[in-house]
Design a protein around this ligand. Structure first.
Ligand code: SF4
Length: 223
């Protein structure tokens, strides 16, 4: 039977504390990829030497470091994610950023653009409904509409978002609240690397992690 990684079920996380060459295989869980998939891990590590990877990886690591400071003797996170995005974009010398946003988060999108412009970037932004196409024209059925059937219901259009930002030659694209699945299509079609600033959660104020902690929300997830 093929063994596949199940790191989320690990209780030791040796990988986060001990260099590989000092880890005794016998202390690792049976599903640990460092035990069973050594070749894959080695081949992945060689990719960090490639220029297009280095160009993102090293600034990401520097941004991660900048996000911490010792405050009153305690190492703690000090940067909101939007500031990390700004720091990262400056490190990779990006000048033009793209925003692919959900119409339901247009206020958040406008605020994001204002911050990014103030930080010195040129920003192109595309709303998910751009194209003004009915959902049925993109393959959905009338009864897939949220509102009444046979009434115009604008489709989310992540491929249009990606293509317009590709034509604008943005260097980093930022997702603000795209739907599950639409975000995937956007990412697949975006030429620029994609990061997410806001994950849409219609119930939880765009804070999906709340469902993992609250008994009330657990019932909704399991129902
Ligand atoms: S790599 Fe191994 S030690 Fe690290 S979390 Fe996964 S299973 Fe645990």
């Amino acid at each position: 039977m093929k063994v596949y990684p199940q790191c989320a079920e690990c209780s030791s996380f040796h990988c986060s504390r001990v260099p590989l060459e000092k880890i005794d295989d016998t202390v690792l869980p049976s599903f640990c990829p460092m035990k069973n998939m050594k070749e894959t891990i080695q081949s992945a590590i060689t990719k960090y030497g490639e220029d297009h990877v280095k160009r993102i990886y090293v600034p990401a690591t520097i941004t991660e470091k900048k996000a911490y400071q010792v405050v009153r003797g305690v190492l703690m996170g000090v940067l909101p994610r939007i500031k990390e995005l700004i720091e990262f974009a400056k490190l990779v010398d990006a000048k033009k950023l793209g925003l692919a946003f959900c119409v339901g988060l247009r206020d958040e999108a406008a605020r994001t653009v204002a911050f990014l412009k103030e930080a010195g970037f040129t920003v192109a932004s595309v709303c998910c409904k751009c194209g003004a196409v009915d959902k049925t024209e993109l393959g959905a059925a009338e009864d897939h509409k949220i509102g009444a059937a046979f009434q115009f219901e604008a489709a989310c259009n992540p491929i249009v978002q990606a293509q317009l930002l590709n034509e604008a030659e943005t260097e980093i694209n930022v997702i603000v609240g795209l739907c599950v699945g639409h975000d995937m299509l956007f990412t697949i079609h975006s030429k620029a690397p994609v990061t997410t600033l806001i994950v849409k959660d219609r119930l939880l104020g765009h804070n999906p992690v709340a469902a993992l902690y609250s008994n009330y929300h657990k019932h909704v997830v399991k129902s």
